[in-house]
Design a protein around this ligand. Sequence first.
Ligand code: ZN
Length: 195
Amino acid sequence: MKKNSLSLSLPEWVHDFLEKYEFPLVSPEERMRFVLDLTLQNIERATGGPFGAAVFERNSGKLVSVGVNVVMEQNCSAAHAEMMAIMLAQQELGTHDLGISELPELQLVTSGKMCAMCLGSVVWSGIREVVASAQPEDVENIVGFDEGPAPTDYDQQLEKRGISIIPSFLRKEGCAVLQRYVDLGGVVYNPSRSA
Ligand SMILES: [Zn+2]
């Protein structure tokens, strides 16, 4: 019998981590600092790659879901922080479409601007706004992950689908978090490829 179902989970420490914070987080800066703290925890506790994300109600700052990178821990190359946060928001709210009019507008706050996969996932998700810290080139230059093919008109591709993006938000702080992963000897798990 081949596997016909899957489950993905966040590290156990996330539960206690969330208890430290009081929600809603009103300002974009508070939300990003929360996400960078979440990311740093994932690095320091060695539970995954150096990425974190959260979905908030854009106007109220109420937290809907969080995600951290658990690719190696969960044996799943799709388990990026943004994917985890979006999938958990969909489970939390009971819909595949986070853009429906019954829901408040939702915002993804992410420690690094989305890779090729997560960019597509945002487009499919119904998320209305993205706030991102480190740029894809920061991730490639500081850590060495391959972020995959991104369109040259990345931000415009989102905007034309009604998704606003605030890139490079607290970028210096986001880069410092990436550097911490490098300093601690974090694994750069790019896939094996033929020469
Ligand atoms: Zn990604």
